[in-house]
Design a protein around this ligand. Structure first.
Ligand code: FES
Length: 77
C-alpha cells in the first residue's frame, strides 16, 4: 500500500448507565497531555466520575447508581 495507511474508523459508543466505549486506534492523554497507556483495543472511559482508575471505568458506576437518562434515580428500597 502506498500513501496513507488505511485504518479502521474509531468507534465511540456510550453505554446506557455506564462508560463510553472507545474502539480503534486512538491515543489517550491525561489533562497534562501525557500519554495514558492502554492495554486493549477497546477501552471503557468513565463518565460517572466515581472510578478509582480514571480515565478508565472500574465498574463503580453500578455502585453509585449512575444514570444516563433524564430520569430522577429511584431511592434505594
Ligand atoms: S462509568 Fe464506570 S466507573 Fe464511571
Amino acid at each position: 500500500m502506498t500513501g496513507a495507511e488505511h485504518t479502521a474508523p474509531v468507534v465511540i459508543t456510550p453505554c446506557e448507565n455506564g462508560p463510553i466505549l472507545v474502539r480503534g486506534d486512538v491515543e489517550l492523554r491525561d489533562s497534562a497531555g501525557r500519554p495514558v497507556p492502554r492495554r486493549r483495543a477497546t477501552v471503557a472511559l468513565c463518565r460517572c466520575g466515581a472510578s478509582a482508575l480514571k480515565p478508565f471505568c472500574d465498574g463503580s458506576h453500578k455502585a453509585i447508581g449512575f444514570r444516563t437518562d433524564d430520569e430522577v434515580p429511584l431511592p434505594p428500597r
